[in-house]
Design a protein around this ligand. Structure first.
Ligand SMILES: [Zn+2]
Length: 166
């Protein structure tokens, strides 16, 4: 008997192997992606939670799963999302239209994923026992991912240039 596991190439999450199929652009294992989908489902079912942290969840997950076939545009846009909320205090619900405006840009930097990894993953959020704990864990997870991406904080600030000027 073997107990095979898979390791997510993005966040390092280890999960039991299974026959899940994965065909998305993020640099993730099928098992990690399925946890992400469960977390999203939880947020869609709770409007308060959705407003508080949904954008952070998506941005943290995307940035933590840079690399592989994940397009530069997607990584940059989601890193910009983390920057706007965590560094500039933009409310998560106000982030999507700002990202939409920036998404029309023609070229994107290639941001090599840093060596350092956030300790928290979407799995930790998925284990939350209450909406309050869910929100707290997303905040902490997103902050860890943002700190791990310190080599690219300047790039994020450049992507935000002009967006918050009114
Ligand atoms: Zn992962």
């Amino acid at each position: 008997m073997t107990s095979a596991t898979t390791t997510c190439p993005g966040c390092g999450l280890e999960m039991p192997a299974s026959d899940l199929v994965y065909d998305r652009k993020f640099h993730a294992s099928a098992q990690c992606w399925s946890v992400f989908e469960e977390v999203l489902a939880t947020e869609y079912q709770n409007s308060v939670l959705f407003g508080q942290v949904h954008q952070l969840t998506v941005d943290a997950y995307a940035v933590q799963h840079a690399g592989g076939a994940h397009p530069d545009k997607s990584v940059s846009i989601h890193l910009l999302g983390l920057y706007l909320v965590l560094e500039r205090g933009v409310a998560p619900m106000q982030v999507p239209p700002l990202l939409q405006r920036r998404a029309e840009a023609a070229s994107w930097p290639h941001l090599e994923p840093p060596e350092e990894r956030a300790a928290l993953t979407v799995f930790d959020v998925g284990m939350a026992g209450s909406p309050q704990e869910h929100a707290r864990l997303v905040q902490e997870w997103a902050s860890q991912v943002w700190r791990a991406w310190a080599p690219h904080h300047g790039a994020a600030a450049r992507l935000a240039a002009g967006l918050l000027d009114g």
